[in-house]
Design a protein around this ligand. Structure first.
Ligand SMILES: [Zn+2]
Ligand SMILES: [Zn+2]
Ligand SMILES: [Zn+2]
Ligand SMILES: [Zn+2]
Length: 390
């Protein structure tokens, strides 16, 4: 469940079941809140409707889904003017009357659809894989249709992903907690909310997800993936301390589980270094990157995105650290010149990483120039004071 607060006073219920409405399963911290909610909170008029929808969790998901679809359609209104859905070929959905969204990089008419139509398509593909027992791998591939365009392979994001997250959650939430589709749906909803900037909701969904996995005794790797998502949400929420702590745990978790050469460990190291830098822990960031960059280079190669991202961070530690020496800054510039040249050749000059590296190089050069400028007059003054020793 993701409704983890008392419906009346919003107190956190955590894993305790609290008190439930006998008809609709709406949750409360206790009998007092339940009575108040009935009398003053309008539950007397809603209870029947919630029960009919399939209970509190389902009712909430349905409501949030409708809201999210209309937010997404409104946000895309300018882009979708005069277009039609590539799935149902209509502008207005025949049943829901919802508007279109622009969800990916597809050109021409393929880049427009109704959230309902995208959801229906994903649902059918997943159901087919389940009914025919097509196996774990196929199910995972099919499930990706909830979040990725089948034509251009681009991942959906922002309000569109959020609407699909609710669509997905409302489709699978009635299944047992251990069901794979239900678990994936919860993950998708958390990522969607986070991507749409709804951080408080993302946090509560992802915390509920983590609690569920721990309760089920899920594999350590699954837990680490959820923790990594949660760390990103903390960060977007401006909770840098929590993000740092979580990223450190995720990094040491992967390190212990798979060793330093594993891809997941390297990604976690990069994320951890980034969090350290955000909190100006320069020495720790430097030590971590000094250790992991050679591993990344050896395992993934010098041209890999992760290797280049780590080198960008490494240069940043010196650029931003007020205690960095001139030699450190010169090393930062040399690193960036080399990394930028590689990124430009491999990914093209317009790639975000190439652009970041170029910006960072410009800034590092400026810092170096300024620092050299500080030193030169000083050296001249010292030399002038002791002419005979020169
Ligand atoms: Zn309460
Ligand atoms: Zn009720
Ligand atoms: Zn449609
Ligand atoms: Zn596409």
């Amino acid at each position: 469940m993701i409704l983890t607060q008392c419906a009346f006073c919003a107190a956190d219920l955590g894993l305790s079941l609290g008190k439930k409405c006998g008809r609709c399963s709406t949750r409360y911290c206790g009998a007092a809140c339940q009575v108040q909610h009935w009398k003053e909170g309008g539950h007397d008029t809603l209870c029947k409707k919630i029960k009919k929808a399939g209970g509190a969790e389902q009712y909430n998901a349905n409501e949030k889904y409708s809201e999210a679809v209309s937010i997404a359609a409104k946000a895309c209104a300018e882009d979708t003017k005069g277009q039609t859905c590539y799935i149902c070929t209509q502008a207005l959905h025949w049943k829901t009357k919802e508007g279109l969204v622009r969800m990916c990089a597809c050109r021409g008419t393929a880049g427009f659809a109704h959230v309902s139509c995208l959801a229906e398509q994903a649902k059918i593909l997943v159901a087919e894989a389940e009914e025919n027992n097509l196996g774990y791998k196929v199910l995972t591939e099919r499930f990706a249709r909830w979040r990725t365009c089948s034509l251009c392979e681009q991942r959906y994001h922002g309000v569109v992903l959020c609407a699909l997250g609710w669509a997905c959650w409302k489709t699978y939430l009635g299944r047992p907690e251990s069901d794979r589709a239900r678990r994936l749906a919860m993950t998708l909803l958390g990522i969607g909310l986070s991507s749409a900037g709804q951080h408080a909701d993302a946090l509560s969904v992802q915390e509920a997800e983590l609690a569920t996995l721990r309760r089920l005794g899920a594999r350590e790797a699954s837990i680490l993936v959820v923790e990594a998502n949660l760390a990103v949400t903390h960060e977007r929420f401006g909770r840098d301390e929590q993000a740092l702590q979580m990223k450190r745990d995720v990094y040491s978790g992967w390190l212990k589980l798979k060793g330093e050469e594993d891809y997941n460990t390297l990604i976690a190291a990069n994320n951890y270094a980034n969090a350290l830098l955000n909190l100006k822990c320069f020495e720790e960031a430097e030590a971590l990157l000094r250790k992991t960059i050679p591993v990344a280079r050896g395992v993934l190669g010098a041209e890999h995105l992760i290797t280049l991202m780590m080198r960008l961070l490494y240069a940043r530690t010196f650029r931003e650290d007020p205690a960095a020496t001139l030699d450190d800054l010169r090393e930062a510039v040399t690193t960036l010149v080399d990394a930028e040249r590689i990124a430009r050749r491999v990914f093209g000059g317009a790639h975000p990483l190439a652009v970041d590296l170029e910006d960072s190089l410009r800034q590092a050069r400026a810092v170096l120039r300024a620092r050299e400028g500080d030193v030169e007059p000083l050296r001249a003054a010292v030399e002038a004071m002791a002419p005979g020793d020169a």
